[in-house]
Design a protein around this ligand. Structure first.
Ligand code: NDP
Length: 329
């Protein structure tokens, strides 16, 4: 008889009403793939919150095991790059959306989707970074490619106390940038300063409808919020600057004008972590290993067990989670 393991399963009934339960699965229940991994750590991302609560159509196959990222050890592999015992990380590729995901003791995926766990990092550390942190690194790399180096001026990080925001602040400050952190939770100022923010501003400063152009306040930025916040961030970006757009925690619209683009040469850099090609992922994880202070990682993350996932998923869509939540399986 095969070993069973616990998994979270989201299902939909004939009226399309969504439910979530904890079930026992065996390896025979997993979807196709050429590598089977024992999941040792995972995390709760905003997208996982949307998948579990059903607040946005993240799940596109029913029923589904959610969970968009994990770190663990290969149990079996028919893929040329991976052998039993290898330590691996998975982010995205539709896992936890169309393919059974991380919230199970085991996951079967395509070997092409996996990257090696960086030296010196545990599965727990990798998931303290998680998809949010890897996305923050992609955003920083995009700013660098655009020439936004620390000497160009301050950089703004919106949704600062969230996962993407916290890791972005940590990386940018370690690299020497003057970081302006925008948060709706003023009580989190000491936490943000601890991570490396040089200034903390209230999210209210950026949440009203934006003027076409505002006072030039920053050379670059990492935005997780979208909508009026991103529009204001763009209108306050200095000549030739660039903003990396990662998220939609405030909304999916972008009520802006072309003024920042055509009058100040500002660029809007799109960041997608889900389908990012493997060389970009390998570089992002290499940079995380090099540029992210592991001590700060422990400040910005807290650990929960498997049984805490559903509660944390509800909290993250309500904007109640600070930094990153790591699930030790
Ligand atoms: P979190 O929930 O951890 O952080 C989001 C933060 O946004 C919150 O902590 C809060 O920060 C702020 N926020 C929440 N609601 C609002 C609101 N209504 N108005 C203004 N600010 C708000 O999520 P993550 O950091 O994990 O993800 C952030 C965003 O990035 C999400 O939209 C997610 O889907 C997206 N994302 C995109 C990826 C990609 O590939 N492009 C990959 C990973 C994430 P504070 O309290 O400090 O104001």
């Amino acid at each position: 008889m095969s070993d069973t393991f616990k998994a979270i399963l989201v299902s939909r009934d004939a009226e399309k009403k969504q439910s979530v339960e904890i079930v026992d699965l065996t390896e025979a229940d997993l979807m196709e793939g050429d590598v089977t991994v024992a999941v040792e750590a995972t995390t709760v991302n905003y997208k996982d919150g949307l998948a579990i609560t059903g607040k946005a159509p993240v799940v596109r196959r029913w029923p589904l095991v959610p969970g968009i990222d994990f770190a663990g050890t290969v149990i079996s592999s028919s893929h040329a790059d991976w052998r039993k015992g290898d330590k691996v990380i998975l982010n995205g590729w539709g896992v936890g959306e169309t393919h059974y995901g991380a919230y199970a003791g085991r996951a079967r995926v395509k070997g092409d989707w996996l990257v090696p766990l960086p030296d010196g990092m545990s599965p727990h550390d990798a998931m303290a970074v998680g998809t949010a942190g890897y996305t923050a690194m992609l955003a920083v790399m995009a700013l660098e490619r655009h020439g936004i180096v620390p000497d160009r001026g301050p950089v703004v990080v919106t949704g600062a106390a969230g996962g993407v925001g916290s890791v972005a602040i940590s990386i940018l400050s370690t690299l020497g940038y003057h970081v302006v952190a925008s948060t709706g939770r003023n009580a989190e100022s000491p936490y943000l300063i601890d991570l490396g923010a040089a200034e903390v501003i209230s999210r209210d400063e950026l949440s009203q409808p934006a003027k076409p152009l505002g006072k030039e306040r920053w050379a670059g930025g990492v935005d997780s919020v979208g909508t009026h916040t991103l529009a204001n961030v763009l209108s306050m970006t200095s000549y030739g600057g660039a903003i990396a757009a990662c998220g939609l925690a405030g909304g999916m619209d972008l009520p802006t004008s072309v003024a920042p683009f055509i009058l100040r040469g500002v660029s809007l850099l799109g960041i997608d972590s889900v389908m990012a090609p493997k060389p970009v992922r390998l570089e992002a994880w290499r940079r995380i290993g090099a540029d992210l202070d592991l001590k700060k990682l422990s400040t910005l993350s807290r650990a929960i067990g498997f049984d805490g996932i559903i509660g944390a998923a509800r909290d993250i869509v309500d904007g109640k989670i600070r930094g990153r939540v790591v699930v030790d399986m």
